[in-house]
Write a protein that binds this ligand. Structure first.
Ligand SMILES: [Zn+2]
Length: 221
């Protein structure tokens, strides 16, 4: 008896549930079709507003992601004219700044022929080590060389007017190159000459300056 009753109730409740459920489903379907209609009609608005912020986010993220694995090698500015560089003779440490070429390393300058050659060396270095060279010093005007000469221990900085930094033809490098046993120094020693750059003989011992590299202006072209 109770079992029968139970079954009956269950059956009843099942039937009762089916009716309202189908009603809900129908209502939902109707609501869905109703909701679709205005969206299709007015798709211009939501479709226009949604993609607008999305590309902004992508644009912000994309360069950071791309810059890390494959950085583009820097190129010399168009007005950097190596052919004219040798013709103009300036006193050591007195080269007008606008006659010099900026390096990719911010604030660093070299004579145009040395700069153009450096961009090539820098690109090869970047390809090998995955980053650009670290330049700690490039062109130095007379005042800067004089200041350095006073500050540095005797023999560690050339007297003003005599350094190749004053000719815009020398660089002091970091990032490991300052250590003569480092792979980066060894790589430069082996490869820099192809790009017109050398480690001068004196810098091996008198004084020992592994970081100091010079553009060999005597080279052809
Ligand atoms: Zn130097």
């Amino acid at each position: 008896m109770p079992g029968r009753h139970f079954r009956k109730n269950r059956h009843l409740s099942k039937n009762r549930y089916l009716a309202p459920m189908s009603g809900v489903v129908l209502a939902g379907a109707l609501a869905g079709s109703l909701a679709v209609a205005p969206m299709d009609g007015g798709s211009g608005n939501p479709d226009e507003t949604r993609p607008v912020p999305a590309p902004v986010h992508r644009a912000e993220k994309a360069p950071a992601h791309r810059a890390e694995p494959e950085p583009e090698p820097s190129k010399p500015p168009a007005d950097c004219k190596p052919s004219k560089a040798k013709e103009r003779e300036y006193t050591n440490g007195r080269i007008p700044v606008d006659e010099l070429c900026p390096l990719p390393q911010q604030g660093e300058l070299l004579r145009a022929d040395a700069a153009v050659a450096f961009y090539k060396l820098n690109a090869a270095y970047q390809e090998r080590f995955g980053e650009e060279m670290q330049v700690n010093s490039s062109y130095r005007d007379r005042d800067k060389q004089a200041e350095l000469y006073e500050r540095m221990p005797a023999g560690m900085a050339a007297p003003p007017g005599t350094s190749n930094h004053g000719n815009g033809l020398a660089l002091d490098l970091g990032d490991g190159v300052q250590n003569g046993d480092s792979p980066k120094f060894k790589w430069l020693e082996k490869n820099s000459e192809k790009y017109g750059w050398i480690h001068p003989d004196w810098a091996y011992s008198n004084p020992y300056e592994p970081w100091h590299w010079e553009f060999d202006a005597g080279q052809s072209d």
